[in-house]
Write a protein that binds this ligand. Structure first.
Ligand code: G3P
Ligand code: CA
Length: 240
């Protein structure tokens, strides 16, 4: 079971910053999950929320800031004072950081509130330029976005994010060619994993933070878990 660090090592460092990603890489995770948006001038930037208010010292929507404005915000001190000076990274900054690794990258397109026209093309062009298409999974709660991505690059792996349970999600994934299901972990069952695997579809649940839930995911034989606590997950895996 792969351990995928949710927003980086977000239990130890400010989420979606190079500090959190660097910490996860150093710890030895199998993959990184993170969220992308488009700035006013079309830069692909990494942040969870549509607005910068919760995780920086600024206020407002990412889509209303230029990259020059976003890069000046402090994205670290809200978490702990020692992270003062951490910045909102661009996707290209993270891709440079992990260029020499074999890490799986789960890039979540946050197109569920604002559509960010052109974000699929930009992200795909960037992962192609870095030569890392085969170790990326593009996920989204907006499955139209995933279909757009597959249409642009058919060999791209996509992960369908969903929260409430679905009826036969393995059949649903096949209707638009999703390579993976990314369910909220409570809806994962051994049947889901079995049916998905039978069709060559991966199952990577989120956000699995409690040991008891990690054990359940291991027992269900999921492909990977997305967690804020890669250290706990590694321990649980070792003890299983
Ligand atoms: O990709 C799994 C998880 O990150 C989805 O929810 O809100 O944390 O982006 P959220
Ligand atoms: Ca996410």
């Amino acid at each position: 079971m792969k351990i995928i660090a949710h927003r980086g090592f977000s239990s130890r460092a400010p989420e979606n910053t190079l500090a959190a990603f660097g910490m996860a890489v150093e710890f030895g995770v199998d993959g990184l999950e993170f969220d992308v948006h488009l700035s006013k001038d079309g830069e692909v930037v990494i942040c969870h929320d549509e607005a910068v208010d919760r995780t920086t010292d600024g206020e407002g929507l990412i889509k209303d800031f230029t990259w020059e404005e976003l890069r000046r915000l402090d994205a670290g001190s809200w978490f702990e004072p020692r992270f003062v000076g951490e910045r909102i990274p661009r996707l290209s900054d993270l891709l440079e950081l992990v260029a020499g690794t074999r890490l799986l990258l789960n890039i979540e397109l946050k197109t569920n509130i604002f559509p960010y026209p052109g974000i699929e093309e930009k992200v795909i062009q960037m992962v192609k330029n870095f030569g890392i298409v085969n170790r990326c999974i593009i996920s989204s709660f907006n499955h139209h976005s995933l279909l757009r991505a597959i249409t642009i690059l058919p060999e791209l792996k996509t992960g369908a994010l969903y929260e409430a349970d679905l009826f036969k999600p393995w059949e649903y994934a096949e209707t638009f060619g999703a390579a993976a299901l990314h369910p909220e972990h409570h809806s994962v069952t051994p049947e889901l994993v079995r049916e998905a695997r039978h069709r060559g579809i991966m199952v990577n649940p989120w956000t699995v933070n409690e040991p008891v839930h990690m054990e359940r995911m291991i027992a269900a034989a999921v492909d990977g878990i997305i967690t804020n606590y890669p250290d706990v997950a590694k321990q649980v895996l070792q003890n299983t």
